[in-house]
Design a protein around this ligand. Structure first.
Ligand SMILES: Nc1ncnc2c1ncn2[C@@H]1O[C@H](COP(=O)(O)OP(=O)(O)O)[C@@H](O)[C@H]1O
Ligand SMILES: [Mg+2]
Length: 373
């Protein structure tokens, strides 16, 4: 805790001290890995999947002899880029372990158009791949997996934002990965992503390559009481005071949504005020709104009037049931049910709203607050 100035993280992961709960989930994932099963982790965006993976890795690193690879494939667009990311994860993990792993890796990659190069600036080895050759990328993936297989150790490979593979230029990625994943005997995977519908169908539709190849875990909100105690503890450690009731109020206000809660408390903590009052919380909240207003006005321009009005109605009602009543439509002058349905679909596609337990909600909780005043 020495160097930590603010215990409310909004990016990255440090240690379990700054990570609230998720104990059962962590155990479940570790157990799946111990028992040679793959697992798929799903949740809304910014609910804590990446954090959970990092928390799992924290314990695995301490307690198991496994080698751990983490790749976020959000920014990848094709197989070659996937190979590059995976290759770089291998390098990150192994560079300190064995002196001759690079030679081995180079041997495995030779014969395909991927090679290890040294970054000019950092001097670190990196994988370089030739993007113009899709078949080469396939071989590259096979070569990397061969390399993993050749090692007499167990690997845990976490692929974050996994749904991205359906956007790849190549259309056979799902099938290809599936067969590799099945063949590997010393590697288990954690697939993680937030596009629930897409991932669910990838893993549960009969006929899709990943059918029944993995356990599922849906990551829900943190328990409000547990989260409140965690937050209190962080303030106490820094000899600050805040009322539990006030903490709970913020949690209720932000729907116990992990990212928005962390962000609020990060900003509250930042004020340096020792005794946190309701007025201070209000003040911080207003500042956040003001900062973001520019972005929110811009959203206005990206949406049709109908979409925007619907969004505001959903914000004001703090979520609304899927099957909207005539009263709801009339109250917010939303017009025909059919055009509302179209707007719903557009807003879902743009990921401005999400559906949860039969309710539509605005994804960005701060935006939702802004819309509802
Ligand atoms: N259990 C937790 N305790 C404290 N902070 C968390 C927890 N889970 C996630 N966070 C924080 O919330 C934010 C969003 O979490 P993240 O893991 O990035 O979500 P996701 O991967 O689902 O989009 C991050 O800033 C992270 O530090
Ligand atoms: Mg994530």
């Amino acid at each position: 805790m020495e160097n930590v100035k603010n215990p409310f993280l909004v990016t990255g992961y440090l240690s379990p001290e700054y990570f609230c709960d998720r104990e059962k989930e962590t155990e479940r994932i570790i157990s799946a890995m111990d028992n040679n099963r793959n697992i798929t982790l799903l949740s809304l965006r910014r609910m804590g999947k990446t954090g959970l993976i990092k928390n799992v890795f924290y314990y695995l690193k301490k307690e198991r002899p496994f080698r751990l690879l983490y790749v976020d494939i959000m920014a990848t667009n094709n197989m070659a880029e996937l190979v590059r990311e995976l290759g770089n994860a291998v390098i990150r993990e192994e560079k300190e372990r064995s002196a001759n792993f690079l030679n081995k890796l180079i041997t495995f990659l030779s014969g395909i158009r991927a090679k290890v190069v040294f970054n000019d600036i950092t001097g670190m080895p990196e994988i370089e791949v030739d993007y113009r050759m899709p078949q080469e990328a396939e071989k590259g993936l096979a070569a990397l997996f061969d390399y993993l297989e050749s090692q007499k150790v167990k690997y845990v490979v976490a692929i974050d934002e996994f749904q991205q593979i359906v956007n790849y230029a190549e259309k056979n990625v799902e099938a290809l990965l599936r067969s590799s994943v099945q063949q590997l005997t010393n590697v288990n995977f954690i697939f993680s992503g937030s596009n629930k519908h897409l991932l669910m169908s990838m893993f549960s539709d009969y006929g899709r390559p990943f059918y029944q190849s993995s356990d599922f875990m849906f990551l829900d909100r943190l328990d409000q009481e547990v989260y409140a105690d965690f937050i209190l503890k962080q303030f106490v450690r820094f000899r600050r005071t805040i009322d539990k009731e006030l903490v709970l109020e913020v949690l209720r206000n932000y729907d116990t949504y992990t990212f928005y809660t962390q962000f609020m408390f990060n900003r509250i903590f930042e004020t340096g005020v020792n005794n946190i009052t309701r007025d201070l919380v209000e003040h911080v909240k207003e500042n956040i709104m003001l900062e973001r207003e520019y972005v929110y006005y811009n959203y206005r321009n990206l949406l049709t009037d109908n979409q925007f009005n619907l969004l505001r109605a959903l914000a004001k009602e703090n979520g609304f049931e899927k099957y909207m009543s005539k009263d709801f439509l009339a109250k917010y002058k939303l017009g025909q049910a059919s055009s509302v349905q179209r707007s719903i679909k557009a807003l879902l596609d743009k990921e401005m709203i999400y559906e949860e337990k039969g309710c539509y909600k605005v994804y960005d909780v701060f935006f939702s607050k802004w819309l509802s005043v």
